[in-house]
Design a protein around this ligand. Structure first.
Ligand SMILES: [Zn+2]
Length: 332
């Protein structure tokens, strides 16, 4: 059943919903990594978004949690409903929201976002006196911020809209659903294993990758920065797993990263590239062929995506292996 969220839209609707934000403007507003990430996820269509802040207790807002792809947003203001739109994706992206809209007065960010399509203006708008009574509200009721209608009310609204000739247009196919996020416990259990079997290694690889994908179906490779679908990415340990202490294996926030299967994983695993103390990619092992040299050159001087200071010792341990002979071992 389609749910409806009523949103107070007079002020922000024209800023982020309609007209939609063209990619060219988006590109100027956010940094290049975020832009590429958004583009890989949403393609090249202009983007209509709405953001919700976390609660005062810094929790995920209930409304946003409850919303699902295919649900409807109803925009209101000045005592009338003036537009509807369909939710085609949900994304939690604090950095995008901060760069696009900045913080609220109390410092919160509109980080819980819904992506909208099929935005339709109601012409004429539906005044509250016509809208509210069928929904079971008094005609003077004013919607308090964002309000999720009950399923019954949402059904009534569908009928009301249909009377006015407002029908949802067919949905554009949604991207493949990403795998659910693994729990930290699940990950820790697998990371704790001293000598995991092949099956356990695979399970660890899969849950680590889901962890690093953060619920997305695509992500950027940490070294080349290009966008790949999940089946073309590997969750790589920075310091070789078999060299890690128990504690280091559990530090997946800093000791793992997503690398593409288009070369970055292999070049890093075999130290053809290494990363310095500032998170910059450097030449590692000397390449014996032009093809490898070319790929090395593409990566050097790049900043590792998402590099954080606590990752530095792991990259140092990785670079240390340069002194050791190349092995065929396939352990990352
Ligand atoms: Zn790559």
């Amino acid at each position: 059943m389609i749910q409806t969220i009523v949103l107070p839209g007079r002020e922000n609707f024209p800023k982020s919903v309609d007209p939609a934000i063209p990619l060219s403007r988006l590109q100027q507003a956010v940094d290049s990594n975020i832009f590429r990430e958004i583009q890989s996820r949403f393609g090249s269509r202009p983007i209509s978004t709405w953001g919700f802040t976390p609660t005062l207790a810094n929790k995920t807002p209930k409304n946003w949690n409850a919303l699902e792809v295919g649900d409807r947003a109803l925009f209101t203001g000045n005592n009338e409903a003036f537009a509807v739109a369909r939710i085609f994706d949900k994304v939690h992206h604090p950095e995008y929201a901060r760069q696009m809209w900045g913080p609220t007065e109390d410092g919160r960010i509109w980080e819980y976002m819904i992506l909208l399509e099929d935005v339709q203006r109601l012409t004429p708008p539906i005044p509250y006196v016509d809208l509210n009574p069928p929904l079971g509200y008094s005609s003077t009721f004013v919607y308090p911020g964002a309000l999720l209608l009950s399923p019954e009310r949402s059904l009534v609204l569908s009928a009301l809209l249909e009377e006015r000739g407002i029908k949802p247009t067919p949905q554009t196919p949604s991207p493949p659903a990403p795998a659910p996020l693994p729990s930290r416990k699940e990950l820790e259990g697998l990371a704790s294993l001293d000598k995991p079997s092949l099956v356990q290694r695979r399970a660890e690889q899969q849950s680590l990758r889901r962890f690093l994908l953060e619920g997305n179906s695509t992500a950027l490779c940490a070294l080349c920065g290009e966008s790949f679908s999940q089946d073309l990415l590997i969750a790589a340990h920075i310091k070789r797993r078999s060299d890690c202490s128990h504690q280091e294996r559990l530090d997946f926030d800093h000791n793992t990263m997503l690398l593409c299967l288009f070369g970055c994983d292999a070049l890093f695993e075999r130290q053809y590239v290494i990363v310095n103390a500032e998170g910059t990619v450097h030449l590692g092992r000397r390449a014996e062929t032009d093809a490898v040299q070319r790929r090395q050159a593409e990566l050097t001087a790049r900043q590792v995506r998402g590099w954080k200071q606590p990752a530095q010792p792991y990259f140092a341990a990785h670079a240390e292996r340069l002194r050791q002979p190349v092995t065929d071992e396939s352990e990352a």
